[in-house]
Design a protein around this ligand. Sequence first.
Ligand code: HQG
Length: 213
Amino acid sequence: MLRTCPSHGAFEGVRCPTCGHQSRPLLGGGQRTRLSKFLSGALRHFPGDIGLEPDERGFVDAHVLLEVAHARYDFVDEETIEAVLTLDPKGRFEVDEEAGRVRATYGHSIEVDLSDVGQPARPSVLYHGTAPGNLASIREAGLVPMGRQEVHLSPDVETALEVGRRHADRPVLLRVEAEGLRQAGIEIRRRAATVYTCERVPPRFVEVDDRDR
Ligand code: HQG
């Protein structure tokens, strides 16, 4: 649930982190999730279908985004959309307030230039959670972007397993030798706090991590 404080705006939790007031509810958990999924889909996968025109870096006009989201869900207004975009727990969205535009920071299937999102990173190891059924093919071809522009990797085991649970109840945990990947000339970028991406991971840098869990 998101709440909002008259003095300090939207916040997550029970009390305003700045003044401690409980203030009023803004958006229920279900509404927040629905809106976040719609915005992610709109910015990553189907902008053209709903009248959005992303520029080459994936930015769309914030007012047009508000209009299409409001047309979809009548609980959406300027305050609710801003709260969902700026308080996203994974940093899925980038809001450029000055220019009045918004983009997704990762996960795209549409072609976009994200070379200025996040920073190049030099982790030694990264993780990836996937469905057991994908394993044979990953052993052969490595990790490839499938429907997206890039391969998505996680900095820790828990996050990777959470990503993997979107695909299977008992996901397989893969360990990616990120250092070797970089030495092979494949750039890794940190797109958001728990999201790293690269163009592909050849099979020699992937191994199953079957630690007890
Ligand atoms: C698999 C979510 C067979 C790959 C998450 C994965 C992430 C292969 C699936 C972000 C393969 C693609 C992305 C190969 C890769 N053969 N299967 N050679 N190579 N795969 O959803 O990484 O919550 O496109 O293992 O948290 O699961 O939406 O990618 O299982 O950060 O913000 O092909 O999306 O973020 O699935 O998830 P996905 P993902 P949000």
